[in-house]
Design a protein around this ligand. Sequence first.
Ligand SMILES: Cc1ncc(COP(=O)(O)O)c(C=O)c1O
Length: 489
Amino acid sequence: MNDQPRTPRTAAHEIERYGALFAQRTRVMKSSAMRDLMALTARDDIISFSGGLPDTSTFAPGFFTELMGRVAADSVARALQYGPTEGLSDVRDVIATVMAAEGMTVDPDAILPTSGGQQALDLVCKILIDPGDVIIAEAPTSPGAVPTFCSYEADVIQIPMDRDGMRIDRLREALARLDREGRRPKFIYTIPNFHNPAGVTLSLERRRELLRIAGERELLVLEDNPYGLLRYEGEPIPSLFSLDGDFVLYAGTFSKILSPGVRIGWLVAPPPVLRQLVLGKGSADLCSSSVSQFFIAEYFRSGPWMDYVRSLSELYRRRRDAMLDALAEHFPREASWTHPAGGLFLWATMPDYIDTTDLLARAIEERVAFVPGRAAFVDGRGGSSMRLNFSGVGEEEIREGIRRLGEVIREQVALYGTLTGRDGAPGAGRVASEPGPADSGPGGSGPGGSRPGGSGLPGGSDPVEGDADGAAPEGPLDNVRHLTRKRAG
Ligand SMILES: Cc1ncc(COP(=O)(O)O)c(C=O)c1O
């Protein structure tokens, strides 16, 4: 089966023919970086760190057959039929069980199953965002959320992060600035656990502070938590939802703990918000797949689902460690990266004369791929960073892929040194403003750690200043701008 994403080739005269018909919002719609890079993930000859892919090959085929056999025997007519927009009650009960495993108590009637976590984001925007409305998000934010926010024409304000997640001091500053402009954000979007793409986790203290601010200002917080159960070290931190449900909309998904192919996620919201979400979903797709919902209900009935989550966690922990070791061995000393305590991603930052969008073309020549950091920003920042996924490929491939990538980066650092007569080291590049923890050298053991001298986040602890401060290099470097361009502009 040919499953490569297709982008139809469109001649200029054809674009002209349809151009006048398109809605205004199509001008700001972006292609998802993940969709574009999915074609690379599907290519056998490329080691891809670009997708957010769980390893679905670990699900036993015989078990799948058995579950679907039971769905066929017991419920074929209903599984092949439309279902209620509000989702099957068995699935809402299952979702309550999954949330309970993370310490959350939820009324199944407050849950709306969605077509993936992606639709959860889309629906929240659909019911809350008018063009120009403000969404506050982290910097970087999920590359999958960026096109959604853009397509609703939101004004996204991204708040810098450090190893403890979103910086609350910078959030307060942003809110004060918005107050002066007479603007009120529609919601604050956060991925508190094992952030996609930053790999860091919002500390308990900051969770409390964030909720205090939300409570004082009556602001909604959208807590997006696809990765909370995939923890490889340390103790779980209570979710925002469990600390204070009043202002929190909660989004979850089965994608990372079972299968993204079933395309089932969910939202939890207070009744008035839920009503609007149900209307929004009805007009989008009537209902989520009944086949998938029956499969999920059967799977959770069949036994110890947490055993599978634990086996995934063990597998991904080994892959994370393989990647951290390989980074320490093969990446140049000018690079830094985060040390995720769970989830699927880490975030690596290069000296700021390296542009990772350009670097990707060179990396693909060497048959390795990643997500360039710009995909995680609405405004072109993140140009020196990259997201690396460690769950989708085996340890051997991780080591080989990072070796290839390290070579490509070293080549750029050396080129910069040759052309400028300077060392490609910090000073020439970005100097991280916040060092990693003292006990976590390359591949160190502390969560949120990184190579000494960098938090791994863009610009150290502050991507805004990190990107804005450095002057564009001049002279010989202009000749290789296509390879080592500092910023896209
Ligand atoms: C933070 C975040 N939210 C939402 C999603 C979308 O999840 P789904 O695959 O269930 O649509 C992802 C997927 O990677 C994600 O990382």
